[in-house]
Ligand binder design. Sequence first.
Ligand code: F3S
Length: 86
Amino acid sequence: MHKPQAKKTFKNKDWKVWVDRDLCIGAASCVAVAPKAFTLDDEAKAVVLDTIDQEQKETIVDAAKACPVAAIFIEDIKTGKRVFPK
Ligand code: F3S
């Protein structure tokens, strides 16, 4: 079985997702909303999983919205615009 790798920033041809570790307080709402996209690392900070592609983009945006400190950032690669937070 594929073991998802965690990294700080995820990027594909459409979008870029990252977690600001200074902001993250380990609330884990993002993990609850999008478990294939986020997990907590040893320091109880969110990291992006490489299985993030298996989540719908809307789910990722919902996860970002669910974060109480808005530590998750999403950028549209094509437009270069911030999808969240606006
Ligand atoms: Fe951190 Fe926010 Fe997730 S505080 S653990 S990025 S919900």
